[in-house]
Design a protein around this ligand. Sequence first.
Ligand code: ADP
Ligand code: MG
Length: 317
Amino acid sequence: MSECILEGRGLTRRYRRPDGRILTACQQIDLRLYPGETLGIVGESGCGKSTLLRMLSQLERPDEGQLLFRGEDVTGWKGENLRRHRRHIQMVFQDPAAAFFPRMRVWDAVTEPLRNYSSCSRGELREKAKQLLEMVELPQEFLDRYPHSMSGGQRQRLGIARALALEPEVLLCDEATSALDVSTQDQLVELLVELQRQRELAILFVCHDLALVQSLSHRIMVMYLGVVVESLPSSCLAKDALHPYAKALLESVFSLHDNHERLIVPLCGEVPSPIDRPAGCPFHTRCSHCTELCRTRMPQMTAVGPEHWVACHRYSD
Ligand code: ADP
Ligand code: MG
């Protein structure tokens, strides 16, 4: 495999609440991202996905851990170094409308990052805007429109075009397609796959929809309550997933898609609060295989196959 482009080691982020208590949004997260690959991150709302992406894009600093770009430690970077580094890693958010100034026209909005990093003339910017629209298959007549006059799917194409304006190596998509209907989602996923193929782009695709994540990811990381509980190749997910939480997510997907009469292991119970995280395995309060060990000791990530790790005391049962 080629050189790892983005690596997180032990990334941890805590927030102090107004009452003084500490909320742990992400705890000891390790990940590696390679050029041309899509890593999917899946987990219920509140499990720390967005916090992880904000650390990877350096919008927030981890309390513990390291961030490496092409093997270089960039964790503590500030000022001009950080500003220049940021262009390599770009984000696409769920609601692109919020990311555009309402009075900016499309050509202006899509080339905004270029103005921040280079001194292009108006004519050059318009030319670049045309190329960017073409790249995401939007018609040229959109150039002088306002983003709010476009459909959600078109605006998200614009969001992708803007994120790619600086030709980043890494694209972080945070629920980027979640607000769209299924056929628009599929078209955007196709577009991302095509752009990735052309540019060797590394994509981190975060979504709460396991079926969608699986459809475009090479590897999948399953998060629960701020930690990664399992990481494996996407193609092995259905048959090889070992963590009870990953299996429960899969069961719920297949029960919807196959509509077969089959025994579904329901995910019962509430997710515990990240403020008073349970001791031991974070999933033990909802797990039917829980033992005394699970209640008291946090399971470590264990290699169980090629590119396959799981954090569960009971995975072999
Ligand atoms: P996800 O994206 O998986 O839904 P988030 O990363 O947004 O999860 O949030 C993880 C946890 O961290 C949640 O409990 C959330 O309330 C908390 N959180 C996120 N950002 C902040 C913040 N800026 N201040 C305090 N708590 C936060
Ligand atoms: Mg989120």
